[in-house]
Design a protein around this ligand. Sequence first.
Ligand code: DGT
Ligand code: CA
Ligand code: CA
Ligand code: ZN
Length: 571
Amino acid sequence: MARLNDEVEALLQEYSDLILLTGGDAYRARSYQKAARAVGGYHEDLAQLDAKGLLEIPSVGRSIAEKITEQLTTGRIGALEQLRAKVPGGLREIMAIPTVGPKKAALIHRELGISTVEELVAAARDERLNDVHGLGERSAENILHGIEQLRQGGGRTLLNVATELAEALVGELSQVRGCVRCAWAGSLRRMRETVGDLDILAAAKDSTALMAAITELPDTAEVLVHGSTKTSIRTGSGLQVDLRVVRPEDWGAALVYFTGSKAHNIKLRSRAIKAGLKLSEYGLFEVESGAKLVSRTEQEVYEALGLPWIPPTLREDRGEIEAALDGGLPQLVTERDIRGDLHTHTDLTDGLAPLEEMLTAAAERGYAYYAVTDHAPNLSMQRMTEEKMLAQREQLRSLGEHFGRMRLLHGTELNIDPDGEVDWPAEFLAGFDFCVASIHSHFRADREQQTRRLVRACENPHVQIIGHPTTRQLGRRPAIDVDLNAVYAACARTGTALEINASPSRLDLGDEQILAARRHGVRFAVNTDAHAIPHLDNLRYGIGTAQRGWLTKDEVVNTWPLTRLRRFLRH
Ligand code: DGT
Ligand code: CA
Ligand code: CA
Ligand code: ZN
């Protein structure tokens, strides 16, 4: 139930990978890959497009459009299924290991006859991979590391995937007769960066219709438990969903219980016990008389425990109950507080949409300002030049008038090199409104070097924001090894903001790091790093992460009015 565009993107990408894996034409594979990205980033929903509309998507030609139509009308792509049938399942798993990919998977299969992950691990340990010409140095080490990464991910699901599924499920279940309320709870409501399973809560006098409904949804692949208070299913993509149905009058107590976290609940329960009370998913009760005190709303439950309502993003037992008791809960930053995005791309580099389309979409969000920060030349595949950057600045200036209310800022995303230096001479950097600087290479340098690298970038007077500071990619690439406390201190000292990159595969900085950084007095920028129009909507995940880091509006520079922001960016 992901967005149709994302589904088709995944299928076209798989097709491209399978072409390479089966030794097909690299040029053809590349054209499917380009089409995949274009479909994923396209601003219109595929479901709304006719055959002619499909051909207007960049990089989508007749043959690809036909495959998309086939998927939309029959739910399958015959050519893709034929290719899938040709390739052993294990080889497709190998291809998905970070740093491997289809070309190396094909090479390993051809040279060593390996077609399962287990065989690959054995070959890496026996140093047999070193003999394969074209694999490159350290590949055995990288491959073992990649497998470890995948296993550590432990089958958890990214926040955006879970959110989109939950929205669809809650939408469907809310329509069922007798459903009084329906919402998601669990780690998704707390907006953890990944979720283990989905917890959906519904209120109804009689649960029968709801329990039947969830087992009959098109996305339901398997029914794990089917009962009158709880039903669990597994979706086609393997995610487990638990549906609990409670009586409408117990909604509040059940929502507290199933939102968790477990540690937060335990603290609440021990508070109840001290007051001679018992807290469960059915309500707050007097132990002695067994009388129910409250259960209807979350507010009432917290109040009866002597607490203000605590936002779900704080419910991790990281001091929120103590803070609530002495009136010290933070006034959390919200999506509405954000006045502009300070890290975005266009098709001048690796973005998908032209400048004007990105600006139009940003203006529709009601932003007061918006920064375009395309990549700088040292990320060489982007082929950036001074001339191109200056031409973009001209274009931005002339478009400024069309976007009257939204002020346009011209920035760039610099590359922090292994020594902490960045692209372009200082005079050229001075021409930007501000610069984001990020690490895009040498992820495995040692701790001392990474620390020096980031601290030097902070000290650069032309760098105002550090982009995706740890460079982690959830389930794919670990954070760099760095002394973050030294970086936080440098940020506070030099007035450099740390980014909270809202891309759901990054969420970087993460919640725990934000908590530590704010103790140093660091400022933050919640940015989408949008490479396409739909990515602008990822802001919500960055805000969830910022809230989990206890951030208030004042600590986030892109909630500030433009004059205050400009002062911060100039110093
Ligand atoms: P997840 O699914 O691993 O991302 O994390 P959660 O927090 O969604 O955990 P889950 O799905 O096992 O349970 C959902 C909520 O239900 C959890 O946050 C708190 C509550 N819960 C589940 N089991 C227990 C328990 O044994 N004791 C208490 N106090 N609460 C529980
Ligand atoms: Ca859960
Ligand atoms: Ca669960
Ligand atoms: Zn970027």
